[in-house]
Design a protein around this ligand. Sequence first.
Ligand code: TYD
Ligand code: MG
Length: 459
Amino acid sequence: MAKGKEETVFFCTECGYESKKWMGQCPSCRAWSTFSEEPVVKIRPAGAKGAASSGRAASDIRPVRMDDISLDAEERIQSGFEEFSRVLGGGIVPGSLILVGGDPGVGKSTLLLQTAAKVSAGGRSVIYISGEESLKQIKLRANRIGRISGDLRFISETDIDKIIAVLERERPDLCVIDSIQTMFTSDSQSVPGSVSQVRECSQRMMVCAKQNSIATFLVGHVTKEGTVAGPRVLEHIVDTVLYFESGDQFGYRVLRSAKNRFGSTNEIGVFEMSSEGLKEVQNPSEYLLEGRFKNATGAVVTCLIEGSRAMLMEVQGLVADTQYGMARRQANGMDYNRLVMLLAVLQKRAGVNIGQMDAYVNIAGGMKITQPSADLAVILAIMSSLRNVAVPEDTVVFGEVGLSGEVRSVPQAADRIREAERLGFGRVIMPAVNLKSMEKQKSIEVIGINFIGEMFGLL
Ligand code: TYD
Ligand code: MG
Protein backbone atom coordinates (compact mmCIF):
# COMPACT_ATOMS: atom_id res chain seq x y z
CA MET A 1 0.00 0.00 0.00
CA ALA A 2 1.34 3.40 -1.01
CA LYS A 3 2.69 5.54 1.78
CA GLY A 4 0.25 8.13 3.05
CA LYS A 5 -2.74 6.34 1.58
CA GLU A 6 -5.15 5.18 4.22
CA GLU A 7 -5.57 1.45 4.64
CA THR A 8 -8.97 0.15 3.61
CA VAL A 9 -10.93 -3.09 3.61
CA PHE A 10 -14.07 -4.20 1.78
CA PHE A 11 -17.24 -5.38 3.48
CA CYS A 12 -20.32 -7.10 2.11
CA THR A 13 -23.15 -4.79 3.20
CA GLU A 14 -25.51 -7.75 3.15
CA CYS A 15 -23.80 -10.12 5.59
CA GLY A 16 -20.71 -8.26 6.80
CA TYR A 17 -18.15 -10.57 5.10
CA GLU A 18 -14.73 -8.90 5.13
CA SER A 19 -12.22 -9.00 2.28
CA LYS A 20 -8.92 -7.31 1.41
CA LYS A 21 -10.01 -6.74 -2.19
CA TRP A 22 -13.24 -5.86 -3.97
CA MET A 23 -15.36 -8.77 -5.18
CA GLY A 24 -18.35 -8.87 -7.51
CA GLN A 25 -20.09 -11.64 -5.60
CA CYS A 26 -19.90 -12.27 -1.88
CA PRO A 27 -18.46 -15.76 -1.25
CA SER A 28 -20.39 -15.97 2.02
CA CYS A 29 -23.97 -14.93 1.22
CA ARG A 30 -23.73 -15.06 -2.60
CA ALA A 31 -25.15 -11.55 -3.04
CA TRP A 32 -23.94 -9.53 -6.04
CA SER A 33 -22.42 -6.02 -6.00
CA THR A 34 -22.66 -5.60 -2.26
CA PHE A 35 -19.01 -4.79 -1.44
CA SER A 36 -18.20 -1.34 -0.13
CA GLU A 37 -14.79 0.09 0.72
CA GLU A 38 -14.20 1.30 4.27
CA PRO A 39 -11.22 2.51 6.26
CA VAL A 40 -9.75 -0.02 8.68
CA VAL A 41 -11.21 0.52 12.15
CA LYS A 42 -8.66 1.51 14.75
CA ILE A 43 -9.56 -0.61 17.74
CA ARG A 44 -9.26 1.36 20.91
CA PRO A 45 -7.15 -0.10 23.72
CA ALA A 46 -9.06 -2.53 25.92
CA GLY A 47 -10.52 -0.92 28.98
CA ALA A 48 -11.15 2.37 27.23
CA LYS A 49 -14.59 3.71 27.88
CA GLY A 50 -17.24 2.27 25.64
CA ALA A 51 -14.98 -0.37 24.13
CA ALA A 52 -16.20 -3.94 24.02
CA SER A 53 -14.58 -4.97 27.29
CA SER A 54 -15.72 -4.88 30.88
CA GLY A 55 -12.79 -2.59 31.73
CA ARG A 56 -11.59 -4.87 34.57
CA ALA A 57 -7.98 -5.82 35.11
CA ALA A 58 -7.20 -9.49 34.46
CA SER A 59 -6.32 -9.98 38.13
CA ASP A 60 -9.88 -8.96 39.08
CA ILE A 61 -11.51 -11.55 36.85
CA ARG A 62 -12.39 -14.77 38.71
CA PRO A 63 -13.99 -17.82 37.10
CA VAL A 64 -17.30 -18.66 38.80
CA ARG A 65 -18.81 -22.08 39.62
CA MET A 66 -22.24 -22.84 38.18
CA ASP A 67 -23.73 -23.17 41.70
CA ASP A 68 -22.53 -19.70 42.62
CA ILE A 69 -24.31 -17.96 39.78
CA SER A 70 -27.46 -16.51 41.30
CA LEU A 71 -30.58 -16.55 39.18
CA ASP A 72 -32.62 -13.87 40.89
CA ALA A 73 -35.73 -14.31 38.77
CA GLU A 74 -35.26 -11.59 36.23
CA GLU A 75 -38.61 -10.02 35.77
CA ARG A 76 -39.41 -9.38 32.16
CA ILE A 77 -40.70 -6.00 31.13
CA GLN A 78 -44.12 -6.23 29.53
CA SER A 79 -44.20 -4.50 26.17
CA GLY A 80 -47.87 -3.66 26.50
CA PHE A 81 -48.59 -5.48 23.25
CA GLU A 82 -49.50 -9.12 23.83
CA GLU A 83 -48.47 -9.94 20.27
CA PHE A 84 -45.06 -8.34 20.77
CA SER A 85 -44.41 -9.96 24.16
CA ARG A 86 -45.22 -13.39 22.79
CA VAL A 87 -42.74 -13.01 19.93
CA LEU A 88 -40.12 -11.97 22.49
CA GLY A 89 -40.81 -15.13 24.48
CA GLY A 90 -42.88 -13.53 27.24
CA GLY A 91 -41.69 -9.94 27.48
CA ILE A 92 -38.51 -7.89 27.27
CA VAL A 93 -35.53 -9.29 29.20
CA PRO A 94 -33.81 -6.48 31.16
CA GLY A 95 -30.41 -5.61 29.71
CA SER A 96 -31.02 -7.44 26.43
CA LEU A 97 -30.23 -6.07 22.99
CA ILE A 98 -33.01 -6.55 20.46
CA LEU A 99 -32.72 -5.75 16.78
CA VAL A 100 -35.91 -4.84 14.93
CA GLY A 101 -35.30 -5.01 11.19
CA GLY A 102 -37.63 -4.24 8.31
CA ASP A 103 -38.17 -2.31 5.11
CA PRO A 104 -38.39 1.48 5.36
CA GLY A 105 -41.98 2.54 5.99
CA VAL A 106 -43.20 -0.77 7.40
CA GLY A 107 -43.83 0.78 10.82
CA LYS A 108 -40.76 0.06 12.98
CA SER A 109 -40.63 3.54 14.50
CA THR A 110 -44.36 3.47 15.14
CA LEU A 111 -44.18 0.05 16.81
CA LEU A 112 -41.31 1.05 19.07
CA LEU A 113 -42.75 4.44 19.96
CA GLN A 114 -46.02 2.78 20.96
CA THR A 115 -44.11 0.15 22.92
CA ALA A 116 -42.02 2.85 24.63
CA ALA A 117 -45.23 4.66 25.56
CA LYS A 118 -46.83 1.50 26.95
CA VAL A 119 -43.73 0.52 28.95
CA SER A 120 -43.45 4.00 30.46
CA ALA A 121 -47.17 3.99 31.29
CA GLY A 122 -46.44 0.77 33.19
CA GLY A 123 -44.12 2.68 35.53
CA ARG A 124 -40.72 2.15 33.88
CA SER A 125 -38.35 4.81 32.63
CA VAL A 126 -37.74 4.91 28.89
CA ILE A 127 -35.52 7.00 26.62
CA TYR A 128 -36.25 7.09 22.89
CA ILE A 129 -33.29 8.19 20.80
CA SER A 130 -33.92 9.15 17.20
CA GLY A 131 -31.20 9.83 14.68
CA GLU A 132 -33.72 10.14 11.87
CA GLU A 133 -36.37 12.48 13.14
CA SER A 134 -36.31 15.79 14.94
CA LEU A 135 -38.12 16.12 18.27
CA LYS A 136 -40.91 17.96 16.45
CA GLN A 137 -41.39 15.11 14.01
CA ILE A 138 -41.52 12.61 16.87
CA LYS A 139 -44.17 14.72 18.53
CA LEU A 140 -46.26 14.67 15.35
CA ARG A 141 -46.11 10.90 15.32
CA ALA A 142 -46.80 10.66 19.04
CA ASN A 143 -49.90 12.82 18.59
CA ARG A 144 -51.32 10.20 16.26
CA ILE A 145 -50.89 7.30 18.64
CA GLY A 146 -52.42 9.03 21.64
CA ARG A 147 -51.41 10.45 24.98
CA ILE A 148 -48.02 9.64 26.45
CA SER A 149 -47.89 9.34 30.21
CA GLY A 150 -45.11 8.27 32.54
CA ASP A 151 -41.37 8.65 32.28
CA LEU A 152 -40.74 8.64 28.52
CA ARG A 153 -38.14 11.10 27.27
CA PHE A 154 -36.67 11.82 23.86
CA ILE A 155 -33.26 12.64 22.43
CA SER A 156 -32.44 13.54 18.84
CA GLU A 157 -28.76 12.60 18.43
CA THR A 158 -26.49 10.44 16.28
CA ASP A 159 -23.18 10.32 18.21
CA ILE A 160 -23.25 6.92 19.90
CA ASP A 161 -20.61 7.80 22.50
CA LYS A 162 -22.60 10.81 23.70
CA ILE A 163 -25.74 8.70 23.75
CA ILE A 164 -24.02 6.04 25.86
CA ALA A 165 -22.75 8.68 28.28
CA VAL A 166 -26.33 9.95 28.70
CA LEU A 167 -27.69 6.43 29.16
CA GLU A 168 -25.06 5.64 31.79
CA ARG A 169 -26.05 8.78 33.67
CA GLU A 170 -29.83 8.36 33.35
CA ARG A 171 -30.01 4.55 33.58
CA PRO A 172 -33.47 4.03 32.07
CA ASP A 173 -35.09 0.56 32.09
CA LEU A 174 -35.50 0.66 28.35
CA CYS A 175 -34.11 2.60 25.42
CA VAL A 176 -34.76 2.68 21.69
CA ILE A 177 -32.11 3.57 19.10
CA ASP A 178 -33.86 4.56 15.86
CA SER A 179 -31.99 3.67 13.67
CA ILE A 180 -28.60 2.01 14.12
CA GLN A 181 -27.66 3.04 10.56
CA THR A 182 -27.77 6.72 11.45
CA MET A 183 -25.45 6.32 14.47
CA PHE A 184 -21.70 6.88 14.36
CA THR A 185 -18.65 6.87 16.57
CA SER A 186 -15.85 9.33 15.84
CA ASP A 187 -13.34 6.51 16.51
CA SER A 188 -14.06 5.09 13.09
CA GLN A 189 -13.43 7.01 9.87
CA SER A 190 -16.24 5.31 7.94
CA VAL A 191 -19.50 7.06 7.14
CA PRO A 192 -22.60 6.31 9.25
CA GLY A 193 -24.41 3.25 7.94
CA SER A 194 -21.25 1.47 6.79
CA VAL A 195 -20.55 -2.04 8.05
CA SER A 196 -17.78 -0.98 10.43
CA GLN A 197 -19.80 1.89 11.91
CA VAL A 198 -22.94 -0.18 12.36
CA ARG A 199 -20.96 -3.00 13.95
CA GLU A 200 -18.92 -0.80 16.23
CA CYS A 201 -21.97 1.19 17.39
CA SER A 202 -23.90 -2.01 18.09
CA GLN A 203 -20.96 -3.50 20.01
CA ARG A 204 -20.87 -0.41 22.21
CA MET A 205 -24.62 -0.48 22.75
CA MET A 206 -24.32 -4.15 23.73
CA VAL A 207 -21.78 -3.35 26.44
CA CYS A 208 -23.88 -0.40 27.63
CA ALA A 209 -27.05 -2.52 27.74
CA LYS A 210 -25.42 -5.36 29.71
CA GLN A 211 -23.45 -3.21 32.16
CA ASN A 212 -26.29 -0.86 33.04
CA SER A 213 -29.11 -3.37 32.59
CA ILE A 214 -30.89 -1.25 30.01
CA ALA A 215 -33.07 -3.26 27.63
CA THR A 216 -32.22 -1.80 24.23
CA PHE A 217 -34.06 -1.89 20.93
CA LEU A 218 -32.04 -1.20 17.80
CA VAL A 219 -33.95 -0.33 14.65
CA GLY A 220 -32.27 -1.60 11.48
CA HIS A 221 -33.40 -0.87 7.94
CA VAL A 222 -33.33 -3.58 5.35
CA THR A 223 -31.98 -2.00 2.19
CA LYS A 224 -31.94 -3.19 -1.37
CA GLU A 225 -29.28 -0.84 -2.73
CA GLY A 226 -26.47 -2.26 -0.63
CA THR A 227 -25.17 1.17 0.31
CA VAL A 228 -26.17 0.79 3.93
CA ALA A 229 -25.27 -2.20 6.08
CA GLY A 230 -28.34 -4.33 6.66
CA PRO A 231 -29.52 -5.95 9.90
CA ARG A 232 -27.92 -9.30 8.98
CA VAL A 233 -24.53 -7.77 9.70
CA LEU A 234 -25.62 -7.54 13.34
CA GLU A 235 -27.38 -10.84 13.80
CA HIS A 236 -24.53 -12.43 15.73
CA ILE A 237 -23.98 -9.45 18.05
CA VAL A 238 -27.48 -9.00 19.40
CA ASP A 239 -29.58 -11.25 21.68
CA THR A 240 -32.73 -11.18 19.61
CA VAL A 241 -33.46 -10.44 15.97
CA LEU A 242 -36.99 -9.55 14.96
CA TYR A 243 -38.21 -8.74 11.48
CA PHE A 244 -41.24 -6.58 10.89
CA GLU A 245 -42.79 -7.38 7.54
CA SER A 246 -45.85 -6.16 5.73
CA GLY A 247 -48.29 -8.80 4.57
CA ASP A 248 -49.96 -6.51 2.08
CA GLN A 249 -49.36 -2.90 1.19
CA PHE A 250 -51.74 -1.14 3.56
CA GLY A 251 -53.12 -3.74 5.90
CA TYR A 252 -51.47 -6.00 8.36
CA ARG A 253 -47.90 -6.39 9.52
CA VAL A 254 -46.22 -9.52 10.80
CA LEU A 255 -43.50 -9.52 13.46
CA ARG A 256 -41.26 -12.59 13.28
CA SER A 257 -38.27 -13.61 15.28
CA ALA A 258 -35.19 -14.88 13.45
CA LYS A 259 -33.06 -15.37 16.55
CA ASN A 260 -33.97 -15.30 20.22
CA ARG A 261 -31.69 -16.12 23.12
CA PHE A 262 -34.67 -15.95 25.47
CA GLY A 263 -37.47 -17.75 23.67
CA SER A 264 -38.66 -19.69 20.67
CA THR A 265 -38.24 -18.34 17.16
CA ASN A 266 -41.46 -19.76 15.78
CA GLU A 267 -43.84 -17.20 17.23
CA ILE A 268 -45.30 -14.50 15.09
CA GLY A 269 -47.20 -11.37 16.06
CA VAL A 270 -49.81 -9.84 13.80
CA PHE A 271 -50.57 -6.11 13.72
CA GLU A 272 -52.72 -3.83 11.66
CA MET A 273 -51.69 -0.28 10.71
CA SER A 274 -54.43 2.24 11.38
CA SER A 275 -54.63 6.00 11.39
CA GLU A 276 -53.87 5.85 15.13
CA GLY A 277 -50.80 3.68 14.96
CA LEU A 278 -50.54 -0.10 15.11
CA LYS A 279 -53.30 -2.28 16.49
CA GLU A 280 -52.89 -5.89 17.54
CA VAL A 281 -54.70 -8.58 15.60
CA GLN A 282 -55.37 -11.19 18.25
CA ASN A 283 -57.51 -13.30 15.97
CA PRO A 284 -55.41 -13.74 12.83
CA SER A 285 -57.54 -16.59 11.43
CA GLU A 286 -60.63 -14.41 11.31
CA TYR A 287 -58.60 -11.56 9.90
CA LEU A 288 -56.99 -13.66 7.18
CA LEU A 289 -60.24 -15.28 6.09
CA GLU A 290 -62.12 -11.99 5.96
CA GLY A 291 -63.58 -11.14 2.55
CA ARG A 292 -63.27 -14.72 1.34
CA PHE A 293 -65.44 -15.59 -1.66
CA LYS A 294 -67.92 -18.31 -0.85
CA ASN A 295 -68.00 -21.26 -3.23
CA ALA A 296 -65.06 -20.06 -5.31
CA THR A 297 -63.26 -22.76 -7.26
CA GLY A 298 -59.60 -23.25 -6.45
CA ALA A 299 -59.86 -21.93 -2.90
CA VAL A 300 -59.13 -24.16 0.10
CA VAL A 301 -58.75 -23.24 3.76
CA THR A 302 -55.83 -24.84 5.55
CA CYS A 303 -54.53 -24.66 9.10
CA LEU A 304 -50.91 -23.98 10.00
CA ILE A 305 -49.18 -23.87 13.36
CA GLU A 306 -47.27 -20.63 13.87
CA GLY A 307 -45.44 -20.88 17.16
CA SER A 308 -47.99 -21.66 19.83
CA ARG A 309 -50.95 -20.71 17.69
CA ALA A 310 -53.01 -22.45 15.04
CA MET A 311 -53.84 -20.16 12.14
CA LEU A 312 -56.32 -20.66 9.33
CA MET A 313 -55.54 -19.25 5.93
CA GLU A 314 -56.68 -19.65 2.36
CA VAL A 315 -54.69 -21.41 -0.34
CA GLN A 316 -55.69 -20.44 -3.88
CA GLY A 317 -54.92 -22.47 -6.97
CA LEU A 318 -55.45 -21.69 -10.62
CA VAL A 319 -54.92 -24.02 -13.54
CA ALA A 320 -55.15 -22.77 -17.12
CA ASP A 321 -54.21 -23.97 -20.61
CA THR A 322 -50.62 -23.18 -21.53
CA GLN A 323 -50.30 -20.35 -24.02
CA TYR A 324 -46.68 -20.58 -25.10
CA GLY A 325 -45.81 -24.24 -25.28
CA MET A 326 -43.91 -24.37 -21.97
CA ALA A 327 -46.13 -24.84 -18.92
CA ARG A 328 -45.68 -22.13 -16.32
CA ARG A 329 -45.70 -22.70 -12.60
CA GLN A 330 -45.84 -19.87 -10.10
CA ALA A 331 -45.86 -20.00 -6.32
CA ASN A 332 -46.67 -16.92 -4.24
CA GLY A 333 -46.20 -17.44 -0.54
CA MET A 334 -44.92 -21.00 -0.81
CA ASP A 335 -41.74 -22.69 -2.00
CA TYR A 336 -41.62 -23.03 -5.79
CA ASN A 337 -39.86 -26.38 -5.70
CA ARG A 338 -42.43 -27.77 -3.30
CA LEU A 339 -45.19 -26.79 -5.73
CA VAL A 340 -43.40 -28.45 -8.65
CA MET A 341 -42.98 -31.59 -6.56
CA LEU A 342 -46.66 -31.68 -5.59
CA LEU A 343 -47.69 -31.28 -9.23
CA ALA A 344 -45.43 -34.19 -10.19
CA VAL A 345 -46.98 -36.34 -7.43
CA LEU A 346 -50.44 -35.41 -8.70
CA GLN A 347 -49.49 -36.38 -12.24
CA LYS A 348 -47.72 -39.62 -11.46
CA ARG A 349 -49.61 -40.99 -8.46
CA ALA A 350 -53.14 -39.79 -9.10
CA GLY A 351 -53.00 -39.85 -12.90
CA VAL A 352 -54.05 -36.21 -13.22
CA ASN A 353 -52.64 -34.88 -16.46
CA ILE A 354 -51.48 -31.32 -15.90
CA GLY A 355 -48.10 -31.41 -17.63
CA GLN A 356 -49.38 -29.10 -20.35
CA MET A 357 -51.22 -26.72 -18.06
CA ASP A 358 -50.08 -23.55 -16.29
CA ALA A 359 -50.45 -23.79 -12.52
CA TYR A 360 -50.46 -20.91 -10.06
CA VAL A 361 -50.67 -21.07 -6.29
CA ASN A 362 -51.18 -18.09 -4.06
CA ILE A 363 -51.50 -17.82 -0.30
CA ALA A 364 -54.18 -15.19 0.33
CA GLY A 365 -53.28 -12.15 2.39
CA GLY A 366 -49.59 -12.27 1.49
CA MET A 367 -48.80 -14.90 4.13
CA LYS A 368 -45.86 -17.23 3.63
CA ILE A 369 -46.11 -20.95 4.30
CA THR A 370 -42.99 -22.90 5.08
CA GLN A 371 -44.59 -26.00 6.53
CA PRO A 372 -45.38 -29.13 4.51
CA SER A 373 -48.69 -29.46 6.34
CA ALA A 374 -50.27 -27.22 3.69
CA ASP A 375 -49.46 -29.75 0.91
CA LEU A 376 -52.86 -31.38 0.93
CA ALA A 377 -54.62 -28.02 0.63
CA VAL A 378 -52.38 -27.02 -2.29
CA ILE A 379 -53.25 -30.24 -4.13
CA LEU A 380 -56.96 -29.84 -3.47
CA ALA A 381 -56.89 -26.19 -4.62
CA ILE A 382 -55.26 -27.25 -7.91
CA MET A 383 -57.79 -30.05 -8.39
CA SER A 384 -60.70 -27.77 -7.60
CA SER A 385 -59.56 -25.28 -10.23
CA LEU A 386 -58.84 -28.01 -12.77
CA ARG A 387 -62.27 -29.59 -12.42
CA ASN A 388 -63.96 -26.24 -11.93
CA VAL A 389 -65.78 -27.45 -8.83
CA ALA A 390 -65.73 -25.56 -5.54
CA VAL A 391 -64.61 -27.23 -2.32
CA PRO A 392 -67.40 -27.01 0.30
CA GLU A 393 -66.77 -23.75 2.09
CA ASP A 394 -67.00 -25.20 5.60
CA THR A 395 -64.01 -27.50 5.02
CA VAL A 396 -60.48 -27.21 6.41
CA VAL A 397 -57.73 -29.33 4.86
CA PHE A 398 -54.26 -30.09 6.17
CA GLY A 399 -51.64 -32.83 5.82
CA GLU A 400 -48.22 -33.46 4.38
CA VAL A 401 -47.94 -35.28 1.05
CA GLY A 402 -45.10 -37.67 0.29
CA LEU A 403 -43.66 -38.69 -3.07
CA SER A 404 -45.89 -41.76 -3.31
CA GLY A 405 -48.99 -39.62 -2.93
CA GLU A 406 -49.39 -40.83 0.65
CA VAL A 407 -50.78 -38.43 3.25
CA ARG A 408 -48.38 -38.14 6.17
CA SER A 409 -49.00 -37.08 9.73
CA VAL A 410 -48.60 -33.50 10.96
CA PRO A 411 -47.84 -32.20 14.46
CA GLN A 412 -50.50 -30.68 16.71
CA ALA A 413 -53.46 -32.00 14.73
CA ALA A 414 -55.81 -31.55 17.70
CA ASP A 415 -54.97 -27.84 17.95
CA ARG A 416 -55.73 -27.41 14.28
CA ILE A 417 -59.10 -29.12 14.60
CA ARG A 418 -59.93 -26.94 17.60
CA GLU A 419 -59.16 -23.77 15.64
CA ALA A 420 -61.34 -24.93 12.72
CA GLU A 421 -64.14 -25.67 15.17
CA ARG A 422 -63.75 -22.32 16.90
CA LEU A 423 -64.27 -20.49 13.62
CA GLY A 424 -67.39 -22.44 12.79
CA PHE A 425 -66.06 -24.88 10.19
CA GLY A 426 -67.99 -28.11 9.89
CA ARG A 427 -65.49 -30.52 8.39
CA VAL A 428 -61.78 -31.32 8.56
CA ILE A 429 -59.87 -33.44 6.03
CA MET A 430 -56.62 -34.62 7.54
CA PRO A 431 -54.11 -37.49 7.66
CA ALA A 432 -55.72 -40.75 8.80
CA VAL A 433 -52.57 -41.61 10.75
CA ASN A 434 -53.16 -38.63 13.03
CA LEU A 435 -56.62 -39.93 13.95
CA LYS A 436 -55.31 -43.05 15.67
CA SER A 437 -53.97 -41.16 18.63
CA MET A 438 -56.96 -38.87 18.96
CA GLU A 439 -60.30 -38.85 20.72
CA LYS A 440 -63.39 -38.96 18.59
CA GLN A 441 -64.65 -35.46 17.75
CA LYS A 442 -68.29 -34.69 18.44
CA SER A 443 -69.11 -31.29 17.01
CA ILE A 444 -67.04 -31.38 13.84
CA GLU A 445 -66.83 -34.00 11.11
CA VAL A 446 -63.30 -35.38 10.78
CA ILE A 447 -62.30 -37.30 7.67
CA GLY A 448 -58.97 -39.11 7.77
CA ILE A 449 -57.33 -40.03 4.48
CA ASN A 450 -54.29 -42.10 3.55
CA PHE A 451 -53.86 -41.21 -0.10
CA ILE A 452 -54.42 -37.94 -2.01
CA GLY A 453 -56.91 -39.51 -4.45
CA GLU A 454 -59.32 -40.22 -1.59
CA MET A 455 -60.29 -36.59 -1.19
CA PHE A 456 -61.13 -35.91 -4.82
CA GLY A 457 -64.51 -37.54 -4.34
CA LEU A 458 -65.42 -34.48 -2.34
CA LEU A 459 -65.40 -32.31 -5.44
P1 TYD B 1 -42.82 4.34 10.30
O1 TYD B 1 -43.04 3.82 11.67
O2 TYD B 1 -42.16 5.66 10.18
O3 TYD B 1 -41.98 3.26 9.48
P2 TYD B 1 -40.42 2.87 9.63
O4 TYD B 1 -39.90 3.41 10.90
O5 TYD B 1 -40.41 1.36 9.58
O6 TYD B 1 -39.71 3.43 8.45
O7 TYD B 1 -44.24 4.44 9.59
C1 TYD B 1 -44.65 3.73 8.48
C2 TYD B 1 -45.92 4.20 7.83
O8 TYD B 1 -47.02 4.12 8.69
C3 TYD B 1 -45.87 5.62 7.33
O9 TYD B 1 -45.99 5.58 5.92
C4 TYD B 1 -47.06 6.29 7.92
C5 TYD B 1 -47.90 5.18 8.44
N1 TYD B 1 -48.62 5.49 9.68
C6 TYD B 1 -49.98 5.24 9.74
O10 TYD B 1 -50.59 4.78 8.78
N2 TYD B 1 -50.65 5.50 10.92
C7 TYD B 1 -50.01 6.01 12.01
O11 TYD B 1 -50.65 6.24 13.05
C8 TYD B 1 -48.61 6.27 11.92
C9 TYD B 1 -47.86 6.84 13.10
C10 TYD B 1 -47.95 5.99 10.75
MG1 MG C 1 -38.48 4.96 11.17
